[in-house]
Design a protein around this ligand. Structure first.
Ligand code: KIV
Length: 434
């Protein structure tokens, strides 16, 4: 049985359908052992001939009993079944409904007129190397003798300036790491109800946080401390009903996870099982690693939250920037490291100096960081939606950018309604029944 890695790509018609049909035909071949491992799909800018639509690309690992020559013939047959006519293609790297190429076949080096393995261009193509690195970082490129991970690290376009977007139907916790790896910033906003969550999901915000900030912006408490588990479950359910795309993370409220481990796992489980969230977020660092580990061991994905942790507002003596001097910066750094070591799938960093946030982000290769008042170098950004929409009557912190003044918009609308009713202008006949 040989292990082959093949790349797939499509940029005409229903691209995902072509790719999934091709993968289905491959799976059904009796010489292919199932399951086959498939990377995320990545939307990529065309290379070479750039005047054409974007591609969707990815890589699959197949364990196969066919020879490399027979595999090539089989893949060409699959392309043909899906309507691709290679002979009619006038442009090299031009548009195609499906493209299947052999990248690696065990450690074979084959140089025949129509079969070059490893694929001669692969190490120059981010759209091949990034998905390959996702599923086979330790595979060896037989000519260079280097691992795929090493080759990817050397590619100039794989960090920051790479024009590849992961394109996922429903965002998963592992997709956040893929986004970090390709330098695609993660977007996260809060929502606490169905209507707001529908808008965020439609706009394809990556992560929706059912934050315990709901205690303040929805329930009118002074801070997040009074929020209960029942309130969190209630609002999480409403958000979950709205979402088809975004990853939903629910906050564990004050004292729902710091008293004892059993309670913590039980309460985290409620947010997943009853609420329908995908992950939970907890505030704290080194002092809660045992608790967080237990939650993760119960198969519940956990996002950490360090720096300014609003549930500790009284302990911290107010909402203050954390980690400003070297001693407290070391503490924040240590907290980040401890949480990363036990496998949190993301880390919110609130109100810390931007250089500290940058250092943490770069030091933790497997932990996407999401900043709020932590500067531009984090892997993603989160804000409380009510703050950025101007829908909450507190003076927002310095780190908030106000993208709208919904309080103003709503006030004007409500004033108009009152006036119309009082002056008997609403309802008119057009809003009435015969
Ligand atoms: O509860 C919340 O909204 C939060 C954000 C401030 C990250 O935790």
């Amino acid at each position: 049985m040989a292990v082959a890695y093949i790349s797939f790509g499509s940029n005409i018609g229903d691209r995902i359908k072509y790719i999934e049909t091709a993968l289905e035909i491959i799976r059904e071949n009796p010489c292919v052992q199932s399951p086959i491992q498939v990377s995320s799909y990545y939307e990529t800018e065309p290379v070479g001939y750039t005047y054409q639509p974007k591609f969707i690309n990815g890589v699959a690992r197949i364990d196969i009993t066919l020879s490399c020559e027979d595999l090539l013939e089989f893949l060409q047959r699959v392309e043909c079944m899906l309507g691709r006519k290679r002979s009619g293609e006038s442009v090299r790297w031009g548009p195609r409904n499906i493209d299947l190429d052999i990248l690696l076949y065990d450690n074979a080096c084959i140089l025949q007129p129509n079969l070059h393995v490893p694929h001669p261009e692969m190490q120059n193509r981010a759209f091949v190397m990034i998905p390959l690195n996702e599923i086979a970082p330790e595979a060896i490129h037989p000519i260079s003798g280097k691992t795929i991970r090493e080759l990817v690290e050397k590619m100039p376009e794989t960090k920051g300036n790479c024009k590849m977007e992961c394109c996922h139907a429903m965002i998963t916790t592992t997709n956040l790491l893929q986004m970090k790896n390709v330098g695609q910033k993660i977007t996260m906003l809060t929502a606490y109800d169905y209507s707001m969550a529908s808008i965020l999901d439609e706009v394809k915000i990556d992560v929706i946080l059912v934050g315990d900030s709901l205690g303040m912006v929805m329930l009118g408490y002074k801070n997040t401390i009074p929020v209960t588990m029942d309130e969190m479950v209630h609002h999480t359910k409403a958000v979950v009903r709205a979402c088809n795309h975004s990853l939903i993370v629910a906050d564990m409220p004050f004292l729902s996870y710091k008293i004892d481990v059993r309670d913590a796992v039980h309460n985290a489980g409620r947010l997943i099982k009853e609420g329908g969230a995908i992950g939970v977020k907890v505030e704290g660092g080194a002092e809660i690693v045992d608790i967080v580990s237990a939650i993760i061991k119960a198969d519940i994905p956990v996002m950490g939250h360090i720096g300014l942790t609003p549930q500790a507002v009284h302990q911290m003596g107010g909402y203050k920037v954390q980690g400003k001097d070297s001693k407290t910066a070391q503490k924040v750094f240590y907290d980040a490291q401890c949480l990363a070591d036990i496998g949190v799938f993301g880390l919110v960093m609130e109100c810390i100096p931007y250089k500290l946030a940058e250092e943490i982000t770069h030091t933790l290769p497997n932990t996407p960081t999401i900043g709020i008042g932590a500067g531009p170098h984090c892997d993603g950004q989160v804000l409380v939606s009510h703050d950025m929409l101007g829908l909450y009557n507190r003076k927002p912190p310095k780190f908030v950018r106000k993208y709208a003044d919904l309080t103003g918009v709503i006030t004007t609308a409500v004033e108009k309604f009152s006036k119309d009713v009082r002056e008997q202008k609403f309802p008119g006949l057009q809003e009435s029944y015969e």
